[in-house]
Ligand binder design. Structure first.
Ligand code: F6R
Length: 245
């Protein structure tokens, strides 16, 4: 695992945006696994700027997102399809037909099966972007006694509902279940890039970068089994974790 410690969160976003631009420039028809949440938003802004400046062309890129809430339509401003359109796809020259975010409405088991198929359609992701939950979750694979290998419906933990309530009017509005890629889907990607910032992520990142323990109670620790993982954190978080480069 490669741990990159940057000067600032903005520098972390620039680092990851550069990685993605370099990949797209090398392989214009690459497949990207994408994430939502607050963390990647400024990174997506940098991709938009690079695209507008003519430095990267997304016209042949395919994308698959990690997850989607159950029970809210894609037109809902907290759906992850809405998030991706609003924060990235509407502002770059990607063909939206080549972007996939799982369906939140309808038969959840069928929606999970469709996501599972999309993870491997045309080959696995060249790069999978990840954020990390305060409890170490990646995608919506929640810290628990067991994890799942494939795409499935996950019941969100109290910690995740609490953390995500900042995006909703009230906590009761946060969906309690989501469709998510499984651990095997994430580990199948050729390269995994995780970006984290903020004190709330200290314990989760400590469990990821400070030892070789793998536990289902910190799902991110499973990334230790992957050959090509880059964890990008700023100096402030590295200091809180006690990580020395
Ligand atoms: C989002 C996702 C989640 C988030 C995580 C961190 O698609 O899969 O695992 O990456 O909850 O969210 P933020 O960035 O809002 O702290």
């Amino acid at each position: 695992m490669k741990v990159v410690v940057t000067e600032s969160y903005d520098a972390s976003c620039a680092y990851v945006a550069d990685m993605i631009c370099n990949l797209v420039n090398e392989k214009p028809n690459c497949k990207l696994g994408l994430a939502t949440g607050g963390t990647p938003v400024p990174m997506y802004q940098k991709l938009i700027e690079a695209n507008k400046a003519g430095k990267v062309d997304f016209s042949q890129v395919h994308t698959v997102n990690l997850d989607e809430y159950c029970g809210i339509p894609e037109t809902h401003d907290q759906s992850y399809r809405y998030f991706m359109n609003h924060n990235l796809f509407d502002h770059i020259n990607i063909d939206k037909a080549n972007t996939y975010v799982a369906k939140g409405m309808g038969d959840s088991a069928a929606n999970a099966a469709e996501l599972e198929a999309k993870v491997r359609e045309g080959g696995v992701a060249d790069l999978q972007l990840l954020g990390i939950g305060n409890n170490g979750h990646i995608a919506f694979n929640e810290a628990s006694d067991v994890l799942h290998a494939t795409a499935h419906v996950e019941t969100l933990t109290e910690s995740t509902i609490q953390a995500n309530s900042r995006f909703f009017e009230k906590k009761e509005d946060v969906p309690t279940t989501a469709i998510t890629m499984g651990m095997g889907d994430i580990l199948a990607a050729k390269c995994v890039v995780l970006i984290a910032t903020g004190a709330a992520k200290t314990d989760a990142i400590r469990g990821l970068v400070m030892d070789d323990v793998i536990t289902t109670h910190n799902p991110s620790s499973m990334l230790k089994m992957h050959e090509n993982v880059v964890v990008v954190i700023d100096k402030e978080l590295a200091d809180l974790v006690g990580y020395k480069a």
